[in-house]
Design a protein around this ligand. Structure first.
Ligand code: SF4
Ligand code: SF4
Length: 181
């Protein structure tokens, strides 16, 4: 039988506690605080630029899930006018094939990732809901020229870096920095 000195275990435990006490926190108060996502995020939405869309339906044909519904009619200038463009994001696997296949660069992956809902029907996005807008900006996925314009991703360990070089090791400084975001 092996005897340990009395109290060694308590000291070991306290050392672990002290180590973690002095370490900077690597969590944040989601959803009040958020990290910046990857510039190439495939969020759970698609973004559609109506002015570039020709109604060719290549995106719908490329979708392995048969997820994109598109209805067009012939316009006056021998063009297609899109009457309906609908995406069921409840079935979507966010593979990005529709985005990659669009020959006119009219479809993008979105950046939103907080679209959970209680009703499946609310996951179906109509063409109005898909349109590019101030709040619905495209991700840099498949589009490097968009990617370079987006802010760099922050990781939990780095989220408090102020100059992109130094880690903030002091919890009280971290707290002060939050107000500046
Ligand atoms: S991301 Fe993939 S699954 Fe979703 S609509 Fe596009 S092709 Fe279909
Ligand atoms: S592939 Fe592009 S241009 Fe063609 S219908 Fe889809 S979004 Fe429009």
């Amino acid at each position: 039988m092996r005897f340990e000195r009395y109290g060694i275990g308590i000291i070991k435990g306290l050392m672990v506690t002290m180590k973690n006490f002095l370490r900077p926190p690597i969590t944040l108060q989601y959803p009040e605080e958020k990290l910046i996502t990857s510039r190439r995020i495939r969020g759970n939405e698609l973004v559609w630029q109506v002015s570039k869309c020709t109604g060719c339906a290549t995106c719908a044909k490329s979708c392995p899930q048969g997820n994109i519904e598109i209805v067009t009619h012939l316009g006056t200038e021998n063009n297609y006018v899109v009457d309906k463009l609908q995406v069921d994001t409840g079935k979507c696997m966010f593979c990005g094939l529709c985005v990659e296949s669009c020959p006119y660069e009219a479809l993008f992956m979105g950046r939103s990732y907080e679209r959970a809902t209680y009703r499946r029907r609310e996951l179906v996005l109509s063409k109005e809901a898909l349109e590019l807008s101030e709040d619905r900006q495209p991700s840099g996925y498949f589009y490097p020229r968009i990617e370079v314009l987006l802010p760099r991703q922050t990781l939990l360990l780095y989220w408090d870096r102020e100059d992109g070089q130094k880690l903030c090791w002091f919890p009280w400084r971290k707290k002060a920095n939050r107000g500046r975001r």
